[in-house]
Write a protein that binds this ligand. Structure first.
Ligand SMILES: Cc1cc2nc3c(=O)[nH]c(=O)nc-3n(C[C@H](O)[C@H](O)[C@H](O)COP(=O)(O)OP(=O)(O)OC[C@H]3O[C@@H](n4cnc5c(N)ncnc54)[C@H](O)[C@@H]3O)c2cc1C
Length: 534
């Protein structure tokens, strides 16, 4: 068993930002299941929303966030995160993050930040580093973490499960005490003990067939928190990004919202714009509206995709503002300065998650959650574009302040030593094909039955199938040697089940949850959907 003052699961913006601050207060372990840079953060393109211009105000940013959140945001949380933004942005810049600046105007001595515009924002307020903002942030934070002697980075180590008092047989109180972690290289399971365990494990896009998320986004942290008995909220609100590149060889490549922010138009195969039929804000309507409009157009015409066209803008501007999107599309034979880009919606962001307060504390003592895995109340029923990087960096700061100030309860109250992982007589999984089949089935089932437009019947069908799959996977889990694939499959099945459970509980349409059986909003459901394992 190894002890640390802080154990952080995940090395995206949330985990790394927290680690740098926590290292001032004690020893830190970052557990990360792939290479250290692999995360949703790394792929963020558009940027980070923050009020930095004299033409903008905190109240405008708050109003835009509340508007997107469709009545479910916690206004106090929204205001406090928006207001804390500028201080955290300054720290990112001090850590070496470079945000694009405008060209110096004649006579000016200080360059201003170049602010992007995105759907749902009433002002230009998106700080960005060309169209690779996430990579810029991730690399700067990793450089800082790499030279910090208090931080141990456990790469290619996947967290399996949280260790709690209840799991150890205590009935009177519960608390998170540690975490079991599989070292992929050796196959050994480590026991990490800490009074401050923080989930910064990101989202669950891989639960859907089409997603903008990388392979690591399998909802592990959420599933672990659920099994440990923490409260989970609002998992029905999955954001589908309207514009993912549609090309057989492209995998999942996002075409940033900022492209629409700079004037790109959505058109059908005949070259006709269609957003006017759906929303007066046209291409700059919030994501859920744009995604549903595209879904409806595709269903109406039977087309496999729609097109995003920015070819009317000067080619030099397009190339310099979106170099990554330009180069990537060019690889697939699409010159975006001349051709419209084929796009489809894809699962992008989980607005719900482990329910926390405004400092990232979950309902389970000893366990915090920050970043995409958490549900703080900022996003409500729909996230405003570029608010997630902001939330992650603000919550990392607050979580550190709270954890560092907390007096840790006396150890006599519970075991200091934790039991080692027991891997009885286990065999290697003999039929890997079954794992891959189940994996595919869950992702397709979620796409077909629990996607952008839902019905109760489809949700019930998904729930029944998922229950069978969960028990099949559980059998595998107990009878075979654990592997990363098996752990991820088990977590995917759990998270898929939670999305369906939450969706069935919400008998209305609001924000990202749209069901044909209850097409309107209903005041009775103006509340969080909260689920918890008994
Ligand atoms: C393509 C794309 C573009 C985006 N663009 C923007 C944008 O412009 N602006 C914006 O605000 N947001 C954007 N987002 C969303 C944003 O990037 C994420 O919400 C944010 O980066 C999440 O940060 P995080 O630190 O919470 O999680 P992540 O960055 O996803 O990091 C999670 C970490 O946890 C690790 N992990 C997961 N499970 C385990 C486990 N069991 N054991 C050990 N480690 C584990 C992962 O390997 C990873 O290191 C985008 C997302 C995508 C996918």
């Amino acid at each position: 068993m190894k002890r640390f003052d802080f154990v952080i699961i995940g090395s995206g913006i949330a985990g790394l930002s927290l680690a740098l601050k926590a290292a001032r207060h004690g020893t830190v372990a970052i557990v990360t299941k792939g290479a250290r840079a692999e995360s949703n953060t790394r792929y963020a393109q558009g940027g980070i929303a923050c009020v930095t211009s004299a033409e903008d105000s905190f109240e405008l940013h708050v109003a835009d966030t509340l508007d997107a959140g469709a009545g479910l945001c916690d206004e106090d949380v929204v205001r406090s995160i928006v207001t804390d933004g500028p201080a955290r942005i300054r720290e990112l810049i001090e850590a070496g993050v470079h945000f694009d600046e405008r060209e110096l105007e004649q006579g000016a001595s200080v360059a201003e930040l170049d602010l992007g515009r995105e759907g749902g924002h009433s002002r230009r307020r998106i700080l960005h580093s060309r169209d690779v903002t996430g990579r810029e942030i991730e690399e700067a934070l990793l450089r800082a973490v790499g030279v910090n002697p208090e931080i141990v980075m456990l790469e290619n180590h996947i967290a399996i499960d949280l260790i709690t008092l209840r799991k150890l047989g205590h009935v009177s109180a519960d608390r998170c005490l540690g975490v079991y972690v599989l070292d992929e290289a050796s196959g050994n399971v480590l026991t990490l003990r800490s009074d401050r365990i923080v989930l910064a494990s990101g989202g669950c896009g891989k639960v859907y067939l089409y997603t903008t998320n990388p392979a690591v986004a399998t909802g592990d942290g959420l599933a672990m928190a659920w099994r440990a008995g923490a409260r989970i909220a609002n998992m029905e609100f999955i954001q589908f990004h309207p514009t993912c590149l549609y090309h057989p060889d492209a995998g999942s490549f996002l075409v940033s919202e900022a492209v629409r922010g700079e004037g790109a138009r959505l058109i059908d195969a005949k070259g006709l714009q269609f957003m006017a039929k759906y929303d007066p804000r046209l291409e700059l309507a919030p994501r859920d509206i744009v995604a549903r409009a595209i879904d409806a157009e595709m269903k109406r015409t039977g087309a496999k995709c729609v097109y995003l066209d920015i070819s009317h803008k000067p080619a030099e501007f397009v190339r310099s503002r979106f170099p990554n999107i330009y180069e990537t599309c060019l690889k697939y034979g699409i010159d975006i300065t001349r051709d419209p880009i084929p796009v489809v919606p894809a699962a992008h962001y989980q607005c719900g998650g482990v329910l926390t307060d405004a400092n990232g504390s979950s309902s389970l003592a000893g366990l915090s959650a920050i970043g995409e895995v958490a549900c703080t109340g900022l996003h409500g029923a729909n996230r405003l574009a570029s608010n997630s990087l902001l939330e992650a960096v603000v919550l990392a700061h607050r979580c550190c302040e709270i954890l560092a100030a907390q007096s840790v309860p006396s150890e006599s109250a519970w075991p200091v030593e934790l039991p080692e992982w027991v891997s009885s007589e286990m065999h290697d999984v003999d039929e890997l094909v079954v794992i891959y089949h189940n994996w595919d089935e869950i992702r397709r089932l979620m796409w077909d039955y629990v996607g952008i437009v839902r019905t109760t019947k489809r949700l019930q069908r998904a729930a029944t199938r998922l229950r069978n799959l969960q028990s099949e996977i559980q059998e595998f889990y107990w009878n075979f040697k654990i592997t990363t694939d098996l752990l991820e499959l088990r977590n995917l099945a759990t998270v898929a089940g939670l999305i369906v459970d939450c969706a069935l509980l919400r008998k209305e349409s609001r924000g990202l949850h749209f069901t044909l059986d209850y097409p309107g909003t209903n005041e009775r459901f103006r509340r969080n959907t909260i689920v918890q394992l008994n």
